[in-house]
Design a protein around this ligand. Structure first.
Ligand SMILES: Cc1cc2nc3c(=O)[nH]c(=O)nc-3n(C[C@H](O)[C@H](O)[C@H](O)COP(=O)(O)OP(=O)(O)OC[C@H]3O[C@@H](n4cnc5c(N)ncnc54)[C@H](O)[C@@H]3O)c2cc1C
Length: 251
């Protein structure tokens, strides 16, 4: 499978200015970025790709971290990074505590092959995520919902786990996607029992219950803790999905 070309790419470090900061949950912020000279982002990307960000002033030596763009590549004018605080984590907490509108981030990319392979992939895209692992799938849903692309997946199913209701990233938007007949969203909470959402960590029994698989017609993408991705990969294998049709991304 080959990725479609991304025509505009900037070599080296780009300077992207923060134009908006949006709280998504109590511990997750979305940062809207653009190149001020171009009044846009100076590159094209594919839903699921990420940027490497360099932080020169947080510690003595520069450090880098990767963040997936949660925005849709078709959305012109900016891209969005959605960053969730990690307990004891250096950069995620620094970003959420310190960054403000007008600040500039040094960014490189876009990078990554954790993308729906338009035109060559199969027609049902199953996405399984936990926590911040949902960001590539938010981008994919933003890009493909409503069949804007002739080569978009015919069907998209997202199963995503969060701790509690207030941890659901892009909750309202996920509900809106759900209204499209080609999209099915299953939210499961691991630390709160509600009438609205399912309860418990994703398991193979849960996947069996919620995901209809047609082995000749399915791509699986999964992003989250290693144990969850292993479980999903094993499940896909049991269902007869070939290795190339199961994509994982480790945060
Ligand atoms: C391709 C890719 C895409 C990603 N996309 C996103 C995204 O869209 N959104 C998002 O929120 N994240 C994303 N991530 C994760 C992100 O890159 C960071 O890893 C994350 O934000 C944590 O970074 P940090 O600096 O806060 O934590 P770090 O400082 O790197 O710490 C990580 C963990 O290790 C522990 N730790 C640190 N140092 C030590 C030590 N010396 N001994 C023991 N434990 C230690 C910390 O307590 C913490 O739990 C992505 C990662 C990858 C690889």
């Amino acid at each position: 499978m080959s990725l479609p070309p991304a025509p505009r790419k900037r070599k080296g470090w780009m300077s992207l200015t923060i134009h908006k900061i949006l709280p998504e949950t109590p511990d997750t912020l979305s940062f809207y970025l653009r190149d001020d000279d171009e009044k846009d982002i100076p590159f094209d990307y594919i839903a699921g790709q990420y940027l490497t960000i360099r932080y020169d002033t947080v510690t003595e030596k520069p450090v880098v971290r990767s963040y997936t763009m949660s925005s849709s590549p078709s959305q012109k004018g900016y891209c969005v990074l959605t960053v969730k605080r990690v307990e004891g984590g250096l950069i995620s907490n620094w970003m959420c505590d310190n960054l403000k509108i007008g600040d500039i981030l040094k960014a490189r990319g876009p990078i990554g092959k954790f993308c729906y392979h338009e035109g060559t992939a199969k027609s049902h895209l199953i996405m399984v995520a936990a926590g911040s692992g949902v960001t590539p799938f938010i981008s994919i849903l933003r890009e493909y919902t409503g069949n804007k692309h002739p080569t978009a997946p015919a069907k998209m199913t997202l199963l995503v786990a969060y701790r509690t209701t207030e941890d659901i990233i892009c909750r309202e938007e996920l509900e809106k996607f759900q209204k499209h007949e080609e999209v099915k969203i299953i939210i499961t909470l691991t630390r709160e029992e509600t009438d609205q959402y399912h309860f418990g960590r994703p398991t193979q029994e849960m996947l069996d219950r919620f995901l209809n698989i047609d082995e000749s017609d399915t791509t699986i993408m999964t992003c989250g803790p290693e144990a969850m991705m292993d479980m999903v990969t094993d499940w896909g294998g049991q269902k007869g999905i070939i290795e190339e049709q199961i994509l994982t991304e480790s945060f």
